[in-house]
Unconditional design. Sequence first.
Length: 384
Amino acid sequence: MRLSISRDQLLKPLQQVAGVVERKHTMPILANVLLRVQKDEISFTGTDLEVELVATQKLNSDQFVDAGTITIPCRKLLDICKSLPSGATIELSLDEQKLVIKSGRSRFSLATLPAQDFPSLEEDAGAFSLNISQGNLKRLIEKTSFAMAQQDVRYYLTGMLFEVSDNQLRTVTTDGHRLALCDAIAEAAPSEKIQVIVPRKGVQELQRLLSDDDSALHLTFGNNHLQVTLPITSGKKKDDEAIVEGMVSFTSKLIDGKFPDYQRVLPRGGDKIVLVSHEDFRQALQRAAILTNEKYKGVRFSLKNNELCIQANNPEQEEAREELAIEYVGDVLDIAFNVQYLLDVLSVLNGTNTKLILSDSNASILVQETDSQDAVYVVMPMRL
């Protein structure tokens, strides 16, 4: 294998796959990436046996010398590329079982492992595919990922539900105490509703790959895997469209379990509707949180006509009290919540005002933006 390539061409696909490569590993080869050199492209593959990333970079005809496939230490190769000056030319060659890297007067020799020993996720026939913009998919993940369970014996709660119905892609997460739901328009017409659960690691890696632009990506739902294919662009444009230099293929195993019926959790018939300034509400909760019990993080809401009183205290008998002007006309209501759950919701909401929908002191609260109905958040009450 021999190849001449610019530092930036080598660095871009390598950075795309580096996030999934295990630093603490039980199999030495999982610290490596699979490097494949072909006539018109170079590709890197990284995996942790749960998530697999393949990034390809186009080559010019004068860069290619000899094809080959080998696995090399990901972190060392990445650090070498980063340390070389921008615009440098790098020559790669295989000398017996070592990868030789030359650039200017610098020379490195890295140990390799055989390509045939590199694990790959089994092939999974795609059951259904759809197209959606990168920005829309990234928004779905950002709006809901915070509510995934961290550690839970109910393993299906440690991932994100992707649900496909007619012209709609929905993401849902819950840890049993709160729920986040967000919708986006997608080119989809499945014969029946599709539901898959993507594990936390897969969600995090996918979010890292996505950009905020409107470029389209391909999303494929298999029996055991979710696969996403998206372009690597150069940042330059031709005819107002970004120049595609390569592709990234993301594959994640799915969690084998049944997600709870989240529709049953959504509060119905709430007759107490509160409109409050988003920023004032967030800042008041942050201040009240300072004096909450560190273990339970509870705050008490006292609701009456056009006023919301927020109270917090702790075992040291310290107390915080915040009063907010709101838009509300109705019965007096006292209810308590975990303040961090509410702050997590407010951190992903936009707009000037926030809408709160309640019914009684034992029922969950429903939180939405006033300007948009595509995201819904549910937080269960707590006893203080």
